[in-house]
Every structure is written in C-alpha cells, then in structure tokens.
Ligand binder design. Structure first.
Ligand code: G3P
Length: 217
C-alpha cells in the first residue's frame, strides 16, 4: 500500500519525506489556504521534494473553468495530479483531462455509486473521505470495502486513495481491504510509529547494554 501525506506544509512534507516511506502528497484548497506564498510555487516545491503524485485541486465549479485550471495545474510539474470534485462538471472535466493524458483525482466521494462514476470517467485516483463519514455516524471503512470490491469485479484501473484518515486504524483497515493508497495528515503518520512496548523495550536494551559496559571498565 502506498502512503501519501495530506498537507500543504513544506516543512511537514520535508520531515515525512526524510523518513523514506513517502509515496506522494495530496492537498486541497483548505490546506493550501493555510500556507503563505503563491500556491503554484508551493506545489512546484512539493514536487521537487517528493518524486511521486502530488494532487492540486481546482477551485472552479464549471467544466470550462475546471479544464482551464486543471491544464494549468498539470503544467506545474510532471508529478502533478489534478483534483476535481465529484459533481457533474467534475466528472466531465475528469473525462476530458484524462483523455489528454492528465492524471485526475476525483475527490469528495462519499458513496460507491459516486466511485463508479469516477472510474468510468477515467480517474487515476478516487478519494473517498472516511473520517468525514465517521463524523456523521456512518462507517467510512465500509465504503472502502464496497469500492475495492466493485473495482476488483470490473478490473477498473482507478486507484482507491483513502482520504480523510484520522488515525492509524483507518490505515490498517484500508491495507487489509486492499486499498491502493492512504493519505494522512503528518500527525497520523507520526502516530503509526508509536507503541509503548517499543519504547520500553528500547529503554531496557540500552540500560542493559550500559550496565554491562560499566561492569567491564
Ligand atoms: O484532502 C482530502 C481529505 O483528506 C480531507 O481530510 O480531515 O479534512 O476530512 P479531512
């Protein structure tokens, strides 16, 4: 399973990339709005750090505007992926941009029916939002299972990019279901490292080692 980081923060992306486990980056208008400077330059810097897919989202809501913005985003760097919302215009833009060889990530997906539309429109990635479904007392991971099953039935090439991940259990469940990618905030990637037995075990190994060395002096 591939692991993407969901942030617009260059500092956070550099920190996760330094771990050597990062496969790509997703951003959205809310995340990029928090960062100073020009968003195109920020996306270019992200592409220079991470040699994997980097999603940048259109803010136009009509098909002509999405196509114009999508083509501009795609020109920023070869690693750029154009993110469009799951609307009628978004699906039309996905079909056209994909036909031009531009990779598209269809976002704001909350049902299996929507995921079928994204695959049929030639999306490279589909982004179901699990955390936001959990927030409204609907199991987000049930949606991932449905989409993975449906895509397998028809061998759709669209990759399932699990978004709105809130904790490591989302990532583990997504991996067990065979989802292709999880995108997570940097804090959730940090949480993946933590286990109290790892910390206690390391502390004991080092204490035993120091004791044995002191006894040899
Ligand atoms: O980037 C899309 C998605 O991951 C947003 O997550 O936490 O705002 O629901 P969240």
């Amino acid at each position: 399973m591939k692991l993407f980081v969901d942030t617009g923060s260059i500092k956070d992306i550099e920190a996760v990339a330094a771990l050597g486990i990062l496969d790509g980056v997703t951003t959205n208008p809310s995340l990029l709005a928090k960062e100073p400077g020009d968003f195109r330059q920020n996306l270019k810097r992200i592409c220079d750090i991470v040699k994997g897919p980097v999603s940048g989202e259109v803010t136009a809501t009509d098909v002509a505007g999405m196509l114009r913005q999508g083509r501009e985003i795609a020109k920023i760097d070869d690693h750029m992926v154009v993110k469009v919302p799951l609307t009628r215009d978004g699906i039309r833009a996905c079909k056209t941009l994909s036909g031009e060889g531009i990779r598209v990530n269809v976002t704001l997906v909350f049902s299996a029916a929507q995921a079928i539309l994204a695959a049929k429109a030639g999306a490279t990635f589909v982004s179901p939002f699990v955390g936001r479904l959990d927030d409204i007392a609907t199991n987000g991971m049930d949606l991932i299972r449905e989409i993975v099953d449906i895509y397998d039935n028809y061998e759709f090439a669209t990759e399932v990019l699990v978004a709105s991940c809130r904790h490591p259990i989302h990532i583990v469940e997504a991996a067990r279901m065979g989802a292709d990618i999880c995108t997570c905030p940097p804090a959730v990637i940090d949480q993946m490292f933590n286990h109290p037995l790892t910390s206690i075990g390391l502390e004991k190994f080092l204490a035993d080692w120091e004791k044995s060395q002191a006894a040899r002096v």
